[in-house]
Design a protein around this ligand. Structure first.
Ligand code: SF4
Ligand code: SF4
Length: 448
């Protein structure tokens, strides 16, 4: 079986983003194969863990993929302050006599944004609304590359390394079978240190804050990498409660048109025609300006404008998200009017240092938390979604009462449809098949 088929069979999707099927993404020929190890969201550690502990696997697999897609440059992007990870990767490169290169960035946010990373490595701006392929590059997360290493050994994606951090007694990086409840991950880390808390899936900037109801049912999927627990009265949690009406009223009454939101916008800085300050000005007057509001469609929702840049505490990002929804309802799409995009001359001076961002977000107390690693969860039950990324859901190939083994195919993507296969992450018995396949774990008898 060739590499792409192995990747497809193993159900690999982007481990760090929206979950695009990897066998489709890597079906290309490019100049640059870039492996994203920047994990730019503050506090996250899972990719660092992989680069430290699985460097041979990552380097050797990166080279295999690079050769497959005929890449001239195979580049792992990471931060210059990742001393242990740089050492581990350099040792692997030397040991394996590999042509993989390292690209070291300063610690800024959002260094790991795909478009920002491509710009840093190649000096090329991906056109707004475009993909790295438009400038001769393809980007995969280090977690995805590690999953491809496993796929080459015929092992499908059945677990994730997840950082659990914040208000938990034992912050840890744990190995979690797909479908394990988030609650169980928190319990594995000693439980919460505060009674009244909220959970963010992912990082503090772009992660999703779970409502009480969604927390009850949320399980770890192939795209999850972090669980952040913060007090319910934390600034980040409180901001989420603001209504769009309130945000618009604030824009009308308090926007001073300083345009810091635009000046610091990472997409504006790589040359995209996005100007959040203009949107904030326009929304104060009317919602009838689709030509301008269209710019919201090329916002990557990194949050710099509202969580870092704006001196008035306003919400350009969420106003953008609001207009994105409205424009999509109307069927309006982004269209480029030029092919020439150039990064801003002051871009390097306007990068947001991660440390300063952490202070601004009032997350300092979690930076120096001792992170334990090496633990694995053995859940009594897993609930594995048949759809975990972009595309159609997989069709179940098991039924209630079936006994399944870890790694067995339980959901198959139909021929001709885009999506990903799904596999059992534990040995057990299927007790429910719906949008998720629920498996009750069976203890395997150890024969002495
Ligand atoms: S969230 Fe704000 S800073 Fe980030 S891309 Fe969108 S407009 Fe720019
Ligand atoms: S940074 Fe804030 S106050 Fe300044 S233009 Fe942007 S939204 Fe308005």
């Amino acid at each position: 079986m060739d590499l792409l088929n192995k990747i497809k069979e193993a159900g690999i999707i982007g481990a760090g983003g929206a979950g695009f099927p990897t066998y489709i993404k890597l079906n290309c020929k490019v100049e640059y194969f870039i492996i994203n190890g920047l994990e730019c969201e503050p506090l996250l550690q899972s990719d660092k863990y992989l680069m430290r502990n699985k460097s041979d696997e990552i380097v050797s697999t990166a080279e295999k993929i690079g050769d497959k897609i005929e890449a001239v440059h195979i580049v792992i992007g990471l931060k210059e302050e990742y001393y242990d990870e740089i050492r581990a990767l350099r040792e692997s490169i030397e040991k394996l006599n590999s042509k993989v290169e390292l690209h070291l960035s300063s610690a800024f946010y959002p260094a790991g944004d795909e478009q920002t990373l491509v710009y840093e490595v190649t000096g090329r701006t991906i056109p707004p609304g475009g993909i790295p392929l438009n400038v001769g590059a393809v980007v995969s997360n280090v977690g995805t590359v590690f999953n491809i290493f496993e796929a080459i050994q015929d092992k499908p994606v059945i677990y994730k390394f997840v950082t659990v951090i914040g208000e938990v007694y034992n912050p840890s990086i744990i190995k979690v079978p797909i479908g394990t409840s988030v609650k169980e991950c928190i319990e594995k880390c000693g439980g919460t240190t505060v009674d009244d808390y909220v959970v963010i899936m992912g990082g503090p900037m772009m992660g999703k804050l779970l409502s009480e109801e969604s927390f009850e049912n949320r399980v770890i999927t192939k795209t999850d990498g972090a669980v952040l627990v913060i007090p319910a009265d934390h600034y980040l949690a409180q901001r989420e409660k603001m209504t769009i009406k309130h945000m618009k009223n604030q824009a009308k009454s308090a926007c001073i048109q300083c345009h810091y939101c635009t000046d610091m916008c990472p997409r504006f800085l790589i040359g995209h025609p996005i100007h959040p300050h203009k949107i904030m000005r326009a929304v104060a007057l009317s919602e009838d300006n689709d030509e301008l509001f269209k710019e919201a469609l090329i916002c990557c929702e990194c949050g710099i404008c509202e969580l870092y840049a704006c001196p008035m505490g306003l919400s350009p990002k969420r106003i953008n998200v609001y207009f994105k929804g409205k424009l999509r309802e109307k069927g309006i799409k982004w269209k480029n009017v030029t092919n020439i995009f150039e990064g801003h001359v002051l871009r390097d001076y306007r990068k947001v240092p991660t440390k300063r961002l952490i202070s601004r977000l009032a997350l300092n107390k979690y930076v120096d938390q001792q992170i334990e690693e090496g633990e694995e969860i053995s859940p009594e039950e897993v609930s594995i979604p048949l759809k975990q990324g972009i595309g159609a859901p997989a069709s179940p190939v098991v039924k209630t009462g079936d006994k399944v083994e870890k790694g067995q195919l339980i959901g198959k993507i139909e021929e001709g449809k885009m999506g990903s296969n799904v596999h059992a992450s534990v040995d057990g018995e299927v007790i429910e098949v719906g949008q998720n396949v629920v498996i009750k774990t069976m203890q395997v008898e150890v024969i002495p």
